[in-house]
Design a binder for this molecule. Structure first.
Ligand code: AMP
Length: 621
């Protein structure tokens, strides 16, 4: 649940040192970042060098769990018990990922075809959520060691195309790792934040993300500090690993290693692959590479390497073309191009992307770190440490108004997107009602008395009309800063009134959590209370209508009918005093059944009178 102290001046967090970390949970590598003296920095590992934690989990025979670099080493010696690329399996069913099985050195399966995928290691089954939690726990421990403090809150990034299941799985993994995931942020948005691009007014931004195993291009539209994903495209099997694969093939040819030997001898395969990666990385900074593999000298020049990977780079550009087309934009309409992912260090990639978009690319920040840095900046905003507040992306609690009998009528349900807008029409319950009180509440309970009142106002000067005739339109507009505008207008007369409220003002995270919990604990009582109130409202409307009916149809009804109707109205009035919905509904039913034929008769007689009147009028002409 996202809990956001929107305004530092108003909030209660001013003097609290709240640590919220930013995490990039990647397919190949993961990172954790936080703010140091107003600057986002990634946390280094125990070696004091790399900030990357390989997203690899290894299980030893003794069921010990290794994560990161240590686990990555086991990819060579024990691939069956070493899990990598688990992000590809998050929130997926076995059916979804069956075709991926061939890519993995470990066993993926399911119990029945609908269930979520599991990974078998020795005799145990692990879910992708559990495995991701191991990675997140390691990241948490890293930063706790660095800060010497406990960390329980995080922002985690996910690809822009992740669906709700995948996002939820990521949240669950965080929870399992002891982290309260305050916000799931799109990776391209985090990258744009890291470059401070949210400060611009309106822009179109392309985020080109070429990692180890995947390529993503996202077109973002920025307006007033809000990033909206306009289109995404990519290839879930295109990345630096493919550059490595091409080099593996190249080296194997030079060393006379055939494909069969390579796939059978897993250790040899990994060794060649690691050498290929070493060569590729070196060529990002040097014109030639030379090394040794199983006793043989190897050399490679940058132009040769570039010629080999050129078709793969072209494939990424084809995806960019498609993404632009989907966003309805030309390359010239893209204002900024942000580079993300380790493989964007390859000079050919940078050149080609810059040439494609016709502008220099943003590549000053470490492309491996940029997403985590953006996540840390977002975390800092949530901690209330930044002046410029971004946006709440979801409303943490429902917003609505009080209707007859003290019922909560939800207009914007909790977890709705912000900014957002919703409305509904209402009417009056009393004849000639001139003023209408609109009371705005926040919370999940059915009765407003259990929710939090945010404010109220009076819609005045409604022209006198019978109950039920005025059409009152109520609109809730929640803007990007979390300000709620409630507008009420009577559509027949045009009279209107509005207020502005900040729903998160003065409410603590604990309060919100308690309100949510209460709504679950009291769900049954609330449902009963709502049922009773709704029955009472219906009864009260019927009582009013019944009294009117007796007066208007005095001449049509005989004495017995009047007496019986009065007696049934009295019985209904008495029933409304009882706290039993069923008693009220039964009294309503009895009254309706008895008065139905009378009402038909009354209506017939009204129509007859009207027709007669018409004839008289017509003869006048
Ligand atoms: P990511 O998934 O973003 O962590 O990207 C990892 C990928 O970036 C791997 O394929 C790495 O081999 C690749 N990579 C890292 N550093 C370099 C480099 N200096 N040159 C080329 N590729 C690199």
């Amino acid at each position: 649940m996202a809990i956001i102290p929107i305004n530092l001046k108003d909030g209660s967090l001013e003097n609290e040192q709240e640590i919220i970390i930013g995490i990039d949970l990647g397919t190949t590598n993961s990172l954790v970042a936080h703010m140091v003296d107003g600057k986002a920095v990634c946390v280094k590992g125990s070696d004091g060098k790399s900030t990357l934690v390989p997203s690899v989990v290894h299980f030893t025979q003794k069921e010990e769990v290794l994560v990161g670099e240590e686990a990555k080493e086991k990819l060579i010696t024990d691939p069956a018990h070493t899990i990598y690329s688990v992000k590809r399996l998050m929130g997926k069913s076995y059916k979804d990922v069956q075709n991926l099985e061939k890519h993995f050195g470990y066993q993926i399966l399911d119990d029945d075809t609908e269930s979520l995928v599991k990974i078998r290691v020795f005799d145990r089954f692990y879910t992708p959520v559990e495995l991701s939690a191991h990675i997140l726990r390691t990241l948490r421990q890293r930063i706790e060691a660095e800060l010497g403090a406990r960390v329980t809150k995080a922002v985690i990034t996910v690809p822009a195309y992740f669906n709700d299941n995948q996002r939820q799985a990521t949240r669950d993994a965080g929870k399992l790792a002891g982290l309260d995931v305050l916000r799931i942020v799109n990776e391209p948005t985090a990258a744009a934040l890291a470059y401070g691009l949210d400060q611009e007014e309106t822009e179109s931004i392309a985020v080109y993300d070429l990692g180890g195993g995947t390529f993503d291009i996202s077109i973002l539209h920025l307006q007033d500090g809000i990033f909206e994903v306009q289109s995404t495209n990519g290839d879930t099997f295109l990345g630096g690993d493919d550059f490595d694969r091409i080099l593996v093939e190249h080296f194997c040819k030079l060393l006379n290693i055939d494909a069969e030997t390579l796939s059978e001898e897993k250790e040899l395969g990994q060794e060649v692959r690691l050498t290929a990666e070493k060569a590729k990385k070196a060529l990002s900074f040097a014109d030639t590479w030379s090394g040794n593999l199983r006793g043989q000298e190897l050399t490679l020049s940058r132009p040769d390497f570039e010629a080999m990977i050129a078709p793969l780079v072209q494939r990424t550009l084809d995806c960019c073309k498609q993404a632009l087309q989907d966003a309805g934009l030309q390359t010239s309409q893209i204002d900024k191009v942000v580079m993300v992912g380790g493989s964007t260090r390859v000079p050919l990639v940078k050149q080609q992307v810059a040439a494609f978009f016709g502008k220099p690319v943003y590549d000053k920040l470490d492309p491996d770190e940029v997403v985590a840095l953006g996540a840390a900046i977002q975390a800092d905003v949530l901690a209330g440490n930044q002046k410029d507040v971004l946006l709440l992306d979801i409303t943490p609690l429902s917003l609505g108004i009080e209707t007859v009998g003290g019922l909560m009528d939800v207009i914007i349900p909790r977890n709705s997107k912000v900014p957002g807008k919703a409305g509904r029409q209402y009417t009056t319950s009393v004849d000639g009602q001139k003023n209408l009180k609109i009371a705005v509440f926040q919370g999940e309970r059915d009765l407003v008395e259990h929710n939090r009142k945010l404010g109220e106002f009076i819609l005045r000067d409604i022209p006198p009309m019978p109950a039920g005739l005025p059409k009152i339109d109520i609109q809730f507009i929640l803007n990007a800063d979390g300000i709620l505008t409630v507008k009420a207008s009577e559509l027949r007369s045009g009279t209107a009134q509005s207020i502005e409220i900040k729903p998160t003002y003065g409410i603590s995270e604990e309060d919100m959590a308690r309100m949510l919990l209460d709504s679950i604990v009291h769900a049954k009582d609330d449902m009963q209370a709502r049922g009773l109130l709704e029955a009472r409202n219906e009864a009260n409307n019927l009582l009013l209508a019944g009294d009117k009916f007796l007066i208007q149809n005095d001449a049509i009804l005989d004495a017995e009918e009047k007496e019986n109707t009065k007696a049934l109205l009295t019985a209904l009035r008495e029933a409304t005093q009882k706290d039993d919905k069923d008693v009220i509904l039964a009294a309503i039913e009895t009254l309706n059944t008895y008065t139905m034929p009378l009402a038909h008769r009354a209506m017939d007689s009204t129509i007859r009178a009207a027709m007669a009147g018409k004839e008289v009028n017509q003869t006048d002409f």
